[in-house]
Design a protein around this ligand. Structure first.
Ligand code: NAP
Length: 326
């Protein structure tokens, strides 16, 4: 029987995944309930066959070089902006992600933020807890209508499309911008109309961001783009923090350039742009997009399967750099 592969895991994952990894590999892992620093990851990857890491781990060329036996880097996320994929490709190391299994869960979170921001749920919750509420009032905490409003999607990939499907129940008009325009059949099936990004920003009551983070999408939304939005509009970000220029967003929310924001991700997590903490018109979640027990378990099992396949020298199922096999 072939020897079990050696895997280094940077943070404990759900129990089902841990059982798979313990059964099928010689596992070393982060013993702490905190992020590892770079040196700790470097020490961890020496002599192992596979690295199973998180979106909070920056995997650069130095780490890849330290893992001289590395046969795979498996990310526990669909986004892989935390990994220097070009460096891994140069070193012929397959990099994998966890697409699909978190699509619905993340779309649900975008909707939770959209509804909370529109209907001022978090603000109302904070108010009730002050014990100052004197009862129902006709002008209290009035928000914006969701039903019948225009939803703008920026980035109509898997999660963007799942958000659109949920909009049907709210009779929304949906417009989108995507780098690659969908086919007329796909547009028709989803019930969406294409528009240039500026147009989407101008016309939408809600703008939800779903692009992957890379050099081209960093600060895709800055002061100039926010200025195009309606003063009542609400922006939702469940993609990655750096897609929005967070300083510009804080100014726009403070000055009333836009109405509200629902954010799951931040430019410099876990730090937020200081003004953001004090803004009543921002709903702030601590990066919970995929955080359900079922989804995190599926992501863990998928990442484990990718990692084990890579360690065995097989082509892992969810490869993001297929060019290494060309
Ligand atoms: P996906 O199906 O691969 O969609 C990616 C989208 O990004 C596509 O619309 C793609 O456009 C666009 N894109 C990629 N590179 C671009 C570029 N250079 N310029 C413009 N657009 C570009 O991915 P997904 O599964 O929907 O996930 C989307 C993102 O959500 C992930 O990358 C991740 O960062 C984030 N996410 C966050 C959470 C959370 O916890 N908050 C959870 C899951 C995912 P094309 O169609 O033209 O390729």
């Amino acid at each position: 029987m072939a020897a079990k592969p050696k895997i280094f895991l940077t943070r404990e994952l759900p129990p089902e995944t841990m059982a798979i990894l313990r059964d099928q590999s010689v596992l070393t892992m982060n013993p702490h309930d905190r992020y590892l620093d770079k040196q700790e990851i470097i020490d961890g990857v020496r002599k192992v066959d596979g690295l199973l890491c998180l979106l909070t781990d920056t995997i650069d060329d130095e780490i890849l070089a330290a893992g001289s036996n590395l046969k795979v880097v498996a990310n526990f996320a669909v986004g892989f902006n935390n990994i220097d994929v070009s460096a891994a490709t140069r070193r012929k190391i397959p990099v994998t992600n966890t697409p699909g299994v978190l699509t619905d869960t993340t779309a649900d979170m975008a909707w939770a933020l959209l509804l909370a921001a529109a209907r001022r749920v978090a603000e109302g919750d904070r108010f009730v807890r002050t014990r100052a509420w004197q009862g129902w009032g006709p002008l209290q905490y009035m928000g914006g209508d969701v039903t019948g409003a225009t939803l703008g999607i920026i980035g109509l990939g898997r999660i963007g499309q799942a958000v659109v499907r949920r909009a049907r129940g709210f009779d929304m008009k949906v417009i989108y911008w995507n780098r690659t325009r969908l086919s007329p059949e796909q547009e028709n099936e989803l019930g969406v109309a294409y528009a240039e990004m500026d147009e989407v920003l101008r016309r939408s009551d809600f703008v939800s961001l779903h692009v992957a983070l890379n050099d081209e999408t960093t600060h895709l939304i800055g002061a100039q783009q926010l200025a195009l939005m309606k003063p009542t509009a609400c922006i939702i970000n469940t993609a990655r923090g750096p897609v929005i220029d967070e300083k510009a967003l804080v100014s726009a929310l403070q000055e009333g350039t836009i109405g509200a924001a629902g954010l799951d991700v931040y430019e410099h997590e876990p730090e937020l742009e200081p003004g953001l903490y004090d803004l009543e018109n921002a709903v702030l979640a601590p990066h919970l997009g995929s955080a359900t027990i079922g989804t995190r378990t599926k992501m863990g099992n998928m990442a484990a399967e990718n990692c084990l396949a890579g360690c065995r020298g097989e082509r892992p199922p969810n490869l993001v750099n297929p060019e290494i096999y060309e």
